[in-house]
Write a protein that binds this ligand. Structure first.
Ligand SMILES: [Zn+2]
Length: 74
């Protein structure tokens, strides 16, 4: 799997929409590829923050602060 494919599959992976085989291929790629792994961790963190905060169009200020904190680690 190439980096391009990995990034493309990332969102499906995070939404648990990937089939097992593709998910395993992506897992393997993330193990060997630092840049995709970092990207994945970042997306996962943002997604967790959004889910934890019951995100809707009117994001509460607390969530915005949390996302800004997350973005700050880059
Ligand atoms: Zn990669």
């Amino acid at each position: 799997m190439t980096c391009e494919e990995a990034v493309r599959k990332l969102y499906e992976y995070l939404d648990h929409e990937l089939d097992t085989t593709t998910a395993q291929q992506l897992d393997k790629h993330l193990e060997i590829c630092k840049s995709c792994c970092d990207h994945f961790e970042f997306e996962r963190k943002v997604k967790t923050l959004i889910k934890d905060s019951c995100f809707d169009e009117k994001a509460p200020q607390l969530l915005k602060d949390k996302i800004r904190d997350t973005l700050g680690f880059i």
